[in-house]
Write a protein of this length. Structure first.
Length: 82
């Protein structure tokens, strides 16, 4: 998967950057037929790597990795949501 933030501040931990679970933390990464493969219901933002990307920069990850968009934390940042 490829992701490019277009907003001026890019993607930061507080304005909603993508989160990607490291492969070594995903018990089902190599079991593509397992019903819990590629789900993020059991993971939190603390389990994931945050893809911090400048405006027009590129975030790239294996599409089989568990990934999700972070939340916009208006009380912790001044930038616009991604």
């Amino acid at each position: 998967s490829v992701w490019i933030p277009l907003n001026p501040s890019g993607a930061t931990p507080t304005n909603g950057c993508m989160r990607v679970l490291p492969i070594e933390s995903d018990d089902f990464f190599y079991s593509s037929q397992h019903p819990r493969h590629s789900t993020n219901s059991q993971y939190t933002d603390d389990d994931a790597d945050k893809l911090i990307v400048d405006q027009f920069g590129v975030g790239v990850w294996n599409p089989c990795c568990v990934h999700w968009g972070g939340s916009y934390e208006a009380d912790k940042c001044e930038e616009e949501p991604r």
